[in-house]
Design a protein around this ligand. Sequence first.
Ligand code: NDP
Ligand code: MN
Length: 388
Amino acid sequence: MARFTLPRDIYYGSNAIASLTDLDYKKAFVVTGGSSMQRTGFLKKVEDALAAGGMQVQVFDGVEPDPSIETVMRGAQAMRDFEPDLIVALGGGSPMDAAKAMWVFYEYPEKTFEDIKNPFTMPKLRKKAHFAAIPSTSGTASEVTAFSVITDYKTLIKYPLADFEITPDIAILDTDIPLTMPKKLVAHTGMDALTHAIEAYVATARSGFSDPLAKQAIVDIFDSLVDSYNGDVEARGKMHIAQCLAGMAFSNALLGIAHSLAHKTGAMFELPHGLCNAILLPYVIQYNAKACQSRYADIARALGLPGGTDKQLTDALVRAIRELNEKLGIAPTYQANGVSEENLNKHADGIAKNATADPCTGSNPRPIDAANMKKVLLCAFYGVDVNF
Ligand code: NDP
Ligand code: MN
């Protein structure tokens, strides 16, 4: 038996924040990041919309990029003090993910991080609160996914918590918000979304429900990401929806080893999540092609790329992703992104071992061990095509 789970409601379009006013709750706890949502006025808009609906509002701000276990525990304590019946996450993947994990420890104060870090081991939520998410970046799609990525800064490991219990109840895709993203953030988060869609399209848990979402997301991202990067307003809005389609797909189809390696290299090399995926994706496709070349060929055909055989089409897809990175100003390797050989040599074995154990590895179309994981990492470090 399989399961396909999404939020019950998705509000979208310009000024979608206003939908908060009609929600039927008493106390809303708003979780947000450092300062972008204050600076751009969207936090105030959210507070006003909730207040207009008769709700009492408390804000928890300062969630850092790649949120820590400590931030999660602080937020959970603040929730227990305020006792909200609605949690509203406003921001990028970081505050949305942090808020999801806070939610778990709000409902279950006695649980520890250790108790929930294995996939699909979460207790039943929604006894105290429902959850609404409002993304401000166009990439993680945490507003519709069953995941929350929390970093343990003691071990420098990113844990993708996973359970349909933390799939939000409501997603609000207000297309005004991503307009304030700086270019680099558009590039990195957009490549994160593309990686979600491509990994979902070939993942072992893919289905007839996830395939059309993944494929449409890939086509829309190729259509709109470069224009969005260059400031086109309509393309920015299209990307916001496309990344969400990708999220609906990968939340259910799961991901693969681009994400396994991105989770570990992101923390170890201090690079943004989307940038790691952008670097890794071509090499991971080359590694996986032995197991699912016809699926990559499918994607290439949907994109209208040239090639008569599955091999030619897969090569064309890899080339198209490299060209896309170039247009987005993304250098193609870890080395070209400033990671030193010394840093690589110090951490490569640990990264390979931890990435192999990452939950995303289990749904990768081609099995992999730590030795090959390290080889893929080295290829992505130096820029050598994967041919094993
Ligand atoms: P973050 O949420 O980490 O935000 C990155 C930066 O962008 C912050 O400095 C933030 O500022 C700023 N920012 C956010 N939105 C805007 C905006 N509209 N205008 C201007 N600045 C803005 O970035 P991501 O969305 O890429 O999230 C990355 C995290 O999500 C990683 O930890 C990653 O592992 C995780 N992730 C989660 C997934 C899931 O399914 N749950 C899937 C993939 C990744 P400020 O802090 O001031 O708001
Ligand atoms: Mn991701």
